[in-house]
Structure formats: C-alpha cells, structure tokens
Design a protein around this ligand. Structure first.
Ligand SMILES: [Zn+2]
Length: 258
C-alpha cells in the first residue's frame, strides 16, 4: 500500500525534525538546513521534507522567512489559539501562572527524569553559565532566544508532561510580544543564576521532589520580574522581612529560624 508507506515516511520525517528541535541540537533562533540537505539526511523526497516543515510551522515550532530560510521558533508545539487566549490576561497574571508551571515541572522532573535528562541538564547548566540566557537574554534584547533557557526547557522535557511543556512555550511566546517585553527584567546576576540552577539540578538528580520544589520556588522569584516605568522592580510577591528571612534560611540550607 503505497499511501501507507508515504504517510509512514512523512511521520518519520516529522519526528526526525521534531527531535532535532526538542533536543536543542537545533537551538532556538537557528536556521535549519535547506530542503535538499534535509532530504538527503533523511533519505526522503523533498516534498516529504516540505510537508514536515509545514506541519512544524503550523505547530509554531518552525517559521519560514521568504528568501532567508526556515528558523526554529519554539522547542515545543505552540498554538495560536493559546496565544489569543493568553492575550486577554495581564502580565502579572501570566507571570504568576508561569511560576506555577515552573514549580510543577521541577517537581515532576524530580520524579520522572531519566539519566539522559540529567546529562542534557548538566550540559545546559555548563553551557549557559556565565551568560544571561536564563531566562531573559538581556534586557531589551528582542532575540528569538529571549525568555528561553534550554535548562528550563529541559526540565519540562524531564517532567514528561506535554501539556506543561506546551503551556510553558506558549507563555514564553506571550512574554516576547512587544506589549510585555519592555516591562520585564531579569534581576539575578549570572552567579546567582548558576547557583540556583545547580540547586535545582542537584535536587532533580537526587529525585528529591521537595528540594526541587523549594529550589525552583526560590529561583523563579527573581527569574523574570516586572519593572515599572521608573525601571524599579515590582516584587512578584510581597513578603514581610520575617517571611523573607525564612526563604533565605531555606536557600542557604540553615535550620529555620523560629
Ligand atoms: Zn533559570
């Protein structure tokens, strides 16, 4: 049955390309190889490649810019339906929801991570150290990678929950839109980011979901924040000095002060 073979090939081509993207081999913002090259790599016809690229474009993972090539736009499928839905909410609401997703992903990752996930996370930690890619490239930078850190994306992969991943990608897309981008800042230094990432990774590695949750709660607190017109940080949550002290104790691994 020729049609079955054809659709099998199309499916295989689609998952081949998708894997390249989700694994980070083709990072966000990168131009993917041209059609004939891909056809040769996969051993399929150019029309099969074109069809797979079109499918991934409709999922929001690839974007073809006429005359320039095809670029990686999202590591997970996003939907314009979700974009439209999220557009009705305030930045405060979106960030709060994003924090919830990050914390749940960290917890799930601690429970479901594979050894391959840990390897990929360790690599991302090393590669993203010292640069401000977590999760905002740099303030005012409108690059495709803004609000995207491979480390964070891989935690969602390790969580093995496609819905969490898709929602996270959709949220990050929303943060990149012009009405939100200018109001966001990343307040942590790269040293703080590095320390935070190691704590999260260490907990996930040990399969300690309680530590993973604590480490991520602490991290997302200064991950992406809102700044007002005077460029002052608006804290995501108001905490009394005593409450902040308890957070700091947990972060430093000190026994909680009474
Ligand atoms: Zn981070």
């Amino acid at each position: 049955m020729a049609s079955t073979t054809g659709s099998d090939r199309a499916r295989a081509a689609l998952s081949y390309l998708r894997r390249k993207i989700s694994s980070g081999e083709w990072p966000l913002g990168e131009r993917i190889p041209i059609e004939p090259e891909l056809a040769e790599q996969m051993g399929v016809g150019r029309s099969t490649v074109r069809e797979a690229v079109r499918s991934l474009a409709s999922m929001g993972m690839l974007e073809t810019a006429p005359g320039r090539g095809t670029f990686v736009r999202s590591a997970t499928p996003t939907s314009s339906l979700l974009d439209e839905f999220l557009a009705d909410f305030s930045l405060e609401e979106i960030l709060s929801y994003r924090r919830a997703l990050e914390v749940e992903a960290a917890q799930q990752a601690a429970l479901h991570r594979s050894d391959e996930d840990i390897e990929a996370l360790e690599l991302a930690t090393v590669e993203e150290v010292g640069c401000s890619r977590c999760p905002v490239l740099s303030l005012g930078d409108s690059g495709a990678g803004a609000f995207d850190s491979r480390f964070h994306r891989l935690i969602f992969d390790a969580a093995k929950n496609r819905l969490l991943s898709s929602l996270y990608a959709g949220i990050n897309d929303q943060l990149r839109t012009p009405q939100h981008r200018g109001r966001l800042a990343n307040v942590a230094t790269s040293a703080e980011m590095e320390r935070d990432h190691h704590r999260v990774l260490d907990a996930i590695k040990r399969r300690d979901f309680i530590d993973a949750v604590h480490a991520m709660v602490d991290h997302v607190d200064h991950d992406v924040v809102i700044v007002n017109e005077q460029q002052e940080v608006v804290p995501p949550l108001f905490r009394t000095p005593e409450q902040q002290q308890r957070m700091d104790d947990v972060r430093e691994g000190r026994p909680a002060t009474a």
